[in-house]
Structures are given as structure tokens and as C-alpha cells.
Design a protein around this ligand. Structure first.
Ligand code: 7PM
Length: 294
């Protein structure tokens, strides 16, 4: 299994790591856009040094209940970062967006992959992606970010999400995106309860069985504290008041554990914030499965 970019190929025989680069005003520096861009590029280069295989650049917060971001603002956030990063590295850069204008500008700036949590459902997105001839990651989401966690319902979450993604892959192929440019993602936390997320994770192999490369995003998601609370551990603290760094650290062990489990279930790409720790865990797991006893 491999993923073909326009100028390179990513071998997916072992699990690959996608590093998350959020370029939102709060995520890097309060010293203006230029300083934020510089900090973002620095962080991306650090993730590559730590072993990331792909950098996922995102300028729109898809957090449940988040404000929609306008095209101009999203373009301002991501295009400069992709251009600057492209000058520094040949590593594949992914653009996390649903907007066709952003897809086109990102591709011009050097992006190699389109990662869309709305699976190219926005007006013009499917045609834009097909025209750009870039590989696409189709993520499953039930509902819209603002309301998706209200009452997620499935008859059979694994079968339903799988059927939705397979249908979407067919729609994309009909629109001219070849099968070998399609990646599927169950969309953990996007219109799913904890029970839904756990079922999907236990059955990641069912997604792998489709023959498409499978990506998963579990890093720092709320299912981690949810599991701990259910186990009677880590009493829920007032989430809003807590500093981002403290929250991230609190979810590190859970994030690495979930990434490792998904990799064992055959996931080809794990999308993570904590690249160094994830690469370390995956490398150790690989050494344990590869080595012959003596
Ligand atoms: C707040 C909550 C901020 C959740 C950001 C998020 C995925 C993704 C995201 C995923 C793919 C995050 C999410 N999640 N793209 N973009 N798969 N393909 O945790 O699971 O980064 S945004």
C-alpha cells in the first residue's frame, strides 16, 4: 500500500505520522500574523525532525460549536505558511480545509494532499479537488461541527460510517478522482458518542479491508478524559479555565495509546499533535513485532 503524491510516493507498509499544524490566531503568538506564521513554520520543522511524514496545515477550527471562518481569513492563515514551509522541506504538506478556494491556493503554494472533514461536500469542493489532481482524505462526520455532538445516532455505527465513506468514495471516483488518490477517515469525535468512538476504533480493520488507505485522528480528543472519568479517575475539572498546555499534557498518554492501538488495527496514517512521543511508541512497537526471538 502506498500514497502517490504529484512528486513523491509515501510507502504505507508501516504506519505513517501526520503532524497537526493549527494556524489559528490563538494557536501561535499574539504578535500578529507574521510572527504567528514564523512560529508555525518552526513548529512544523520541529515535527519533521521528530519523525512526522506529513504536515497537516489547518486554518479553520472544526471544534464542536466553533465559529465559521471566512475564505479571506482562512487564506491569510494558511497560504503563507505553506509557501514558507515548501521552501524549507520536500515533505508532503496537507491542507485541512473544506473550501475550494483554499484548496486551490494551497495547491499553488505547494500542498500535496487535501484533508477535508466535510469529505468534499461544500459547493465546488469536489470539482476543485478533482481538478487539482491531489490525493484527498475523506473524513466521516454526522451533522455539522456546531451541532454534531447534540444527539449522534447510528443503527450500527461501524456499518453506517463504513457505508457512508464507501459511497462518498464512489461519488469522488465518479467526479474523476481515481481510487488510488482516496484516503478514508472514520472521523473520531465528529458526531459520535464515546461508545461510537470505541466501536469504530475496535473495528478500524473493517475500514482497512476496503482497500483504501485509512487515516485516524484521535490525538487529544475528548474521548480520553471521557474514558478516564468513566473509570472513576481524573475528576472532570472545569475544562474552560484550564490552560491549553496543561490540557494537552493531560491527554498525552491517552493520545499515544490510541495511536498505537489504531496502528495495530492497521491504520496507515495517524494524525497527531505529539509527534515525537507517537513516533517513539510506534518505533518501539514495530521493533517488538519485527524481531525474531533468539
Ligand atoms: C477541536 C476539536 C479542535 C477537534 C480540533 C479538533 C480530524 C481532522 C480534525 C480527524 C482528519 C482535532 C480536531 N480532526 N482531520 N481534523 N481526521 N482527517 O482534534 O480526526 O484536531 S480537527
Amino acid at each position: 500500500m502506498q500514497l502517490r503524491f504529484s512528486d513523491s510516493v509515501l510507502d504505507l507498509t508501516s504506519t505513517r505520522v501526520m503532524g497537526v499544524l493549527n494556524v489559528t490566531p490563538d494557536s501561535f503568538s499574539d504578535g500578529g500574523l507574521y510572527a504567528a506564521h514564523q512560529a508555525a513554520v518552526g513548529h512544523a520543522l520541529q515535527m519533521l525532525e521528530d519523525g512526522a511524514d506529513i504536515i497537516d496545515v489547518g486554518g479553520e477550527s472544526t471544534r464542536p460549536g466553533a465559529q465559521a471562518v471566512g475564505v479571506t481569513e482562512e487564506l491569510e492563515r494558511v497560504v503563507g505558511v505553506i509557501e514558507a514551509l515548501r521552501c524549507e522541506t520536500a515533505a508532503p504538506i496537507s491542507i485541512d480545509t473544506s473550501k475550494p478556494e483554499v484548496m486551490r491556493a494551497a495547491a499553488m503554494a505547494g500542498a500535496s494532499l487535501i484533508n477535508d472533514v466535510r469529505a468534499l461536500r461544500a459547493d465546488g469542493a469536489l470539482a476543485a479537488a478533482a481538478g487539482l489532481k491531489l490525493p484527498v482524505c475523506l473524513m466521516h462526520m454526522q451533522g455539522e461541527p456546531r451541532t454534531m455532538q447534540a444527539k449522534p445516532r447510528y443503527a450500527d455505527v461501524v456499518a453506517d460510517v463504513l457505508a457512508d465513506l464507501e459511497q462518498r468514495a464512489i461519488d469522488c471516483r465518479d467526479a474523476g478522482i481515481p481510487a488510488d488518490r482516496i484516503v478514508l477517515d472514520p472521523g473520531f469525535g465528529f458526531g459520535k458518542t464515546l461508545a461510537h468512538n470505541l466501536s469504530l476504533l475496535r473495528h478500524v480493520d473493517a475500514f482497512v479491508a476496503t482497500g483504501y488507505p485509512v487515516m485516524v485522528g484521535l490525538s487529544r480528543k475528548s474521548m480520553i478524559p471521557a474514558i478516564m472519568t468513566n473509570a472513576g479517575l481524573s475528576p472532570p475539572v472545569s475544562g474552560q479555565s484550564k490552560r491549553t498546555a496543561a490540557k494537552a499534557r493531560e491527554r498525552l498518554g491517552g493520545s499515544v495509546t490510541l495511536a498505537l492501538y489504531a496502528a495495530r488495527k492497521g491504520a496507515h496514517i495517524v494524525r497527531v499533535h505529539d509527534v515525537r512521543e507517537t513516533v517513539e511508541a510506534l518505533t518501539i512497537q514495530a521493533a517488538l513485532s519485527d524481531s525474531t526471538d533468539n
